[in-house]
Design a binder for this molecule. Structure first.
Ligand code: BTN
Length: 315
């Protein structure tokens, strides 16, 4: 949303305000004000014309303008009703030089999960990718993936969901619905893609999928959703809280690992991690800043960088 439209929206929110007063305040013509008001109406905002001028009477349920309205985080939002994958769209935007753009889709037709899996993404979830250009070496990039898991967990908790993080970066809810005994029904996942050189990240697409206003039956595997846990929530607000929390963590990277550990369900568990080199079984004792899991095994401590983790029981 451009600056003038954002200012018009803020003024309407504080309204009523007349067209001429708004034109004078923003130093634009009355016709320009009228065009901005019409564009806002087209985007789903309800702008009432009352005796004292215009006033904002309603915000659209979801979409770019809806999420940007009142957002306290420095991101532009791009919204699509449907995309193959928000990560792929973020990659396209990266090629055009964009940064700090949040791609949002109501549904994905080719959603991607970790380890080449499909990620089911029907309408009603939060499917988003944050395109970032952090000025860090690639070794520091995993911290932003950890930050995304923390941000999702906090947004879910604010919505009333008892969420926690399961290594590597799943957000789960442990309860009787989790018949697998593997460490919780999955609420959300994070898939980060990046490009860069040895010394510097060029761009990073932090892809976040959250099962929000969906029935678990619409999803693959042992999944849960915000709807199943606490009922439907406004996705606009959920995304705003997620982005605001993520932006705060990005500004204070030294806090990320501590925040992740505090929300981690995996640390302190006996685990089996399926890796490309075989299973690692032992007690999960920590996570590193590279997002690796430290497992105390019968043969000593092992640092596991990638794999599927099963919680066996509390250590
Ligand atoms: C996982 O397997 O746990 C990671 C799932 C990540 C899914 C999200 S949805 C938004 C973004 N776009 C994708 O295609 N994948 C990620």
């Amino acid at each position: 949303m451009n600056e003038t439209r954002r200012a018009v929206l803020a003024a309407l929110d504080d309204g009523p305000v007349t067209g001429p007063a708004l034109a004078e305040r923003l130093e634009v013509s009355r016709t320009a004000v009228w065009k901005h008001v019409e564009a806002l109406r087209d985007a789903g905002f309800v702008v009432d014309s009352v005796a004292d001028g215009y006033v904002l009477a309603g915000v659209p349920e979801y979409g770019a303008a809806a999420v940007e309205f009142g957002l306290d985080a420095p991101f532009d939002v791009e919204y699509h009703d449907a995309l193959p994958s928000t990560n792929d769209r973020a990659r396209e935007l990266a090629a055009d030089g964009a940064s700090d753009v949040v791609v949002l889709a109501d549904r994905q037709t080719g959603g991607k999960g970790r380890r080449g899996r499909e990620w089911s993404s029907p309408a009603g979830g939060v499917w988003t990718s944050l395109l970032l250009r952090p000025d860090v070496p690639p070794a520091r990039a995993p911290l932003l993936t950890l930050a995304a898991a923390v941000a999702v967990t906090d947004a879910a908790r604010e919505a009333g969901v008892d969420a926690e993080i399961k290594w590597p970066n799943d957000v789960v809810v442990s309860d009787e619905r989790d018949s697998s005994g593997r460490g919780g029904a999955k609420l959300a996942g994070v898939l980060t893609e990046m490009e860069g050189e040895a010394s510097r990240v060029s761009w990073l697409a932090v892809g976040v999928g959250v099962n929000v206003n969906l029935d678990p039956g619409e999803l693959d595997g042992e999944a849960t959703s915000v709807r199943a846990e606490v009922g439907d929530v406004p996705r606009r607000v959920f995304v705003q809280r997620l982005l605001e929390r993520f932006a705060a963590l990005r500004d204070d990277p030294d806090d990320i690992l501590t925040a992740w550990r505090e929300r981690a369900a995996t640390i302190g568990q006996r685990v089996r991690v399926e890796t490309a080199d075989g299973d690692v079984v032992g007690d999960a004792v920590d996570v590193t800043e590279h997002g690796a899991l430290v497992v105390d095994t019968a043969d000593g401590a092992q640092v596991v960088h990638a794999g599927d983790c099963q919680h066996l029981r509390s250590a």
